[in-house]
Design a binder for this molecule. Structure first.
Ligand SMILES: Cc1cc2nc3c(=O)[nH]c(=O)nc-3n(C[C@H](O)[C@H](O)[C@H](O)COP(=O)(O)O)c2cc1C
Length: 226
């Protein structure tokens, strides 16, 4: 089965993505190790292939790992194809070709990261009505407040995207005080987000089929048969 592509990073030097600098903590090869789509026998095939684009930012690799876990979960759902796109490489095209747009990033200064903010500025003039969305963030477990997902969801809605499922957050924890252990996802996070990815994929199949049926009905009303 084909692995879902990581846009911009394949074939480029480690630490680079499509000419942009990927954070050193993010090893692109780590992001390729999941199945991007699954297949079923002909009679069980859903009516159309559904495309998912996951746009993520990350500074230390934790949000990338969550994005990858969601992609793995989506890969369990027949008829769903997923691409992961690093935020600095993401643009109109990646959203235009998607039925479901998933956007996630680390919480920074209580909200979305600078690169996510720039991303939404780049695509701010476009209309993405008819697409489904999902927002997630990672944030520190205690002491600091805020979250990026709320702002991400608001930005997606402003673009006309219909949210498919409530936002989700992952918590990161620092290593023990006095050690050089870096910030990590709390235990079980990746399994939880893989499950969530699968649920999102199933919700997408149902919602997109309804959307397509409504569009067909509208088109039939506009052009009645003789
Ligand atoms: C510059 C900076 C600002 C941050 N601001 C917040 C914040 O306001 N609230 C919070 O909960 N966590 C904050 N954090 C913690 C990160 O959101 C958290 O560690 C995140 O999971 C890192 O994701 P990443 O590994 O993908 O970069 C901040 C981290 C950095 C580096």
């Amino acid at each position: 089965m084909p692995a879902a592509p990581l846009v911009g990073a394949r074939g480029s030097a480690p630490g680079r993505s499509g000419g942009r600098t990927m954070p050193a903590a993010v090893n692109p090869t780590r992001l390729w190790g999941f199945t991007g789509s699954a297949t079923l026998p002909g009679s069980m095939q859903p009516e159309a292939d559904r495309q998912v684009t996951i746009v993520f930012d990350t500074r230390h690799g934790n949000t990338a790992a969550v994005a990858q876990a969601i992609a793995r979960g989506l890969g369990h759902v027949p008829g769903v194809t997923t691409q992961l796109v690093f935020v600095q490489d993401a643009g109109y095209r990646h959203l235009a070709e998607a039925d479901l747009v998933v956007v996630g990033g680390p919480t920074e200064q209580l909200g979305e990261s600078h690169h996510l903010h720039q991303f939404f500025s780049r695509i701010g003039g476009y209309d993405f009505h008819g697409k489904f969305g999902f927002a997630f963030d990672t944030h520190a477990g205690s002491g600091i407040h805020g979250g990026a997902a709320h702002g991400i969801a608001a930005s997606l809605k402003r673009l006309g995207v219909e949210m498919l499922s409530p936002n989700a957050s992952a918590i990161t924890v620092a290593g023990p005080i006095g050690t050089s252990d870096s910030v990590k996802l709390s235990p079980g996070t990746e399994a939880h987000f893989e499950q969530l990815g699968e649920e999102l994929g199933r919700a997408l199949i149902t919602a997109a089929a309804k959307r397509d049926a409504a569009n067909r009905e509208r088109a039939a009303g506009a052009y009645p048969a003789d």
